[in-house]
Design a protein around this ligand. Structure first.
Ligand SMILES: [Cu+2]
Length: 460
């Protein structure tokens, strides 16, 4: 972690001067900056109530200082370069060197003072989504406060009355600033360290971008047809795996500031949604799920007992959201004879390549790509290509990880005899439906059904 004016510790105590009344310029805490898009270790509390700190996927927690009984943070809104995955960078706007901004972490009852410095080329504000606070601190430019002019610093002061999971983002030229990546998460721990305590606590925010292949800048007026579906402005295989010790109680906190909902699915387990940006859900109102839909402008938090060792896919269930940079205006070529089509296309465009006549899996196919462009499907596992992108990662549940060990534990060592396997089997029967064979061999139906292939189907 870097500071442009030197490093400050995570909770360095300074003298308790200037704790009442308005703060003076000399008392602005230095702003820490992050250069890397890799997961930083959790910041354990060094004063105040104990809590289990969160870990931000491909991110970090904003260091703070105590000033009397105020917890002071310094956010700097500025242009950043964010790597989405190896091979692609985006020109975004964010906070303190990255997009999304760092996670702001504190404790129920904390008095927080958040300095916001504007180094963008236009005015901004920060709205604290879900936090119950006085109206003048709510951050809607023009409504609750003047917009923060370029080069100026504003101060927000309020009490974190309730524990929970919240978000922050601008409320000033909002469409542009959110489309450029300005957002972050807020985690407020309960004052009682025993309240719904978990062993591992992860957090990330979802954002989307339209960045044409070969370019760096998002198109900020796009409403629906995005091509970069990100968790913390990262796409698979650039998203950190979630390393978990077998038997841990795990919490995952997910914010959504995209323009659509995301049904988030975890394999191998069932979980309960325990918290939203409105607060904790009573235990009597929880129910088991394996997928939870995270609506736009909302937070969903689930708790899961990691009792099933292995490598478990964890992803958005909209299949277009687990792709990178895909074109959506492509015809379905499944069943079309490649040879005939290549001949016809070749007359019109001699360099064209015919693809997709048996599906679109491309894991083992290399194609020339424009600069700064990712494969549509990517990543590989111990058995071959994973053929995913976008909002996808892996929860890796292993025995005996150390308490603060969040490193990628590598591929799962499957116990002998526990992996799906191939057997010798004759595969001579014709497809069982009229036209199905023709769909595969000729790309069109219409021939009468061949009854010879129907043997062995009595009783169905
Ligand atoms: Cu999605």
């Amino acid at each position: 972690m870097l500071s442009r004016r030197g490093f400050i510790g995570s909770a360095a105590l300074i003298s308790a001067s200037a704790v009442s009344g308005r703060v003076q310029a000399a008392n602005i805490p230095e702003a820490p900056f992050m250069e890397k898009a890799t997961m930083q270790p959790p910041l354990h509390p060094t004063s105040g109530p104990d809590y289990n700190p969160v870990v931000t996927l491909n991110g970090w927690t904003l260091p703070w200082r105590m000033n009397g009984d105020w917890k002071e943070f310094h956010l700097v809104a500025e242009p950043v370069v964010r790597e989405f995955a190896e091979g692609m960078k985006a020109f975004l706007w964010g906070y303190n060197g990255q997009s999304p901004g760092p996670t702001i972490e504190c404790v129920e009852g904390d008095k927080v003072r958040i300095f916001v410095t504007n180094r963008l080329p236009e005015a901004t504000t920060v709205h604290w989504h879900g936090v119950i606070l006085p109206s003048g601190m709510d951050g809607v430019g023009g409504l609750n406060q003047p917009h923060i002019p370029v080069g100026k610093t504003f101060v927000y002061e309020f009490e974190m009355k309730y524990s929970g999971t919240f978000m922050y983002h601008p409320h000033s030229d909002e469409m542009v600033q959110m489309a450029m990546g300005m957002m972050g998460m807020i985690v407020v721990h309960p004052r009682d360290p025993g309240f719904r305590r978990v062993d591992r606590d992860f957090v990330f925010i979802m954002s989307t971008y339209l960045i044409d292949p070969g370019t760096y800048l998002p198109k900020v007026t796009e409403m629906t047809d995005f091509n970069m579906w990100t968790w913390n402005s990262r796409v698979f295989p650039g998203i950190d795996p979630i390393a978990v010790r077998l038997g841990d109680r795990v919490r995952v906190r997910i914010g959504n500031l995209t323009m659509t909902n995301h049904p988030i699915h975890l394999h191998g387990h069932k979980f309960n949604v325990t918290c939203t940006d409105g607060g904790w859900i009573p235990e009597t109102a929880q129910y088991p799920e394996t997928t939870t839909d995270v609506p736009v402008g909302a937070v969903r938090v689930f708790d899961v007992l990691a009792d099933n060792p292995g490598d478990w896919a964890f992803h958005c269930h909209k299949s277009h959201h687990t792709m990178n940079a895909m074109g959506h205006d492509v015809r379905n070529m499944i069943g079309v004879s490649k040879k005939d089509l290549a001949k016809a296309v070749g007359k019109l465009a001699p360099d064209a390549m015919v693809m997709g006549s048996t599906g679109m899996a491309m894991g083992e196919m290399e194609m020339p790509m424009p600069d700064n462009t990712l494969m549509m499907m990517s990543g590989s596992g111990q058995f071959g290509p994973i053929e995913m992108g976008g909002m996808f990662t892996v929860m890796k549940i292993r025995e005996g990880l150390a308490r603060d060990d969040y490193k990628d534990p590598g591929p799962y060592k499957f116990p002998k005899g526990t992996v799906a396997y191939e057997i010798e089997a004759p595969n001579k029967e014709a497809p069982r439906q009229t036209g199905a064979k023709e769909q595969i061999t000729k790309g069109k139906g219409g021939k009468p059904m061949d009854m010879k292939g129907m043997k062995g189907m009595k009783g169905m």
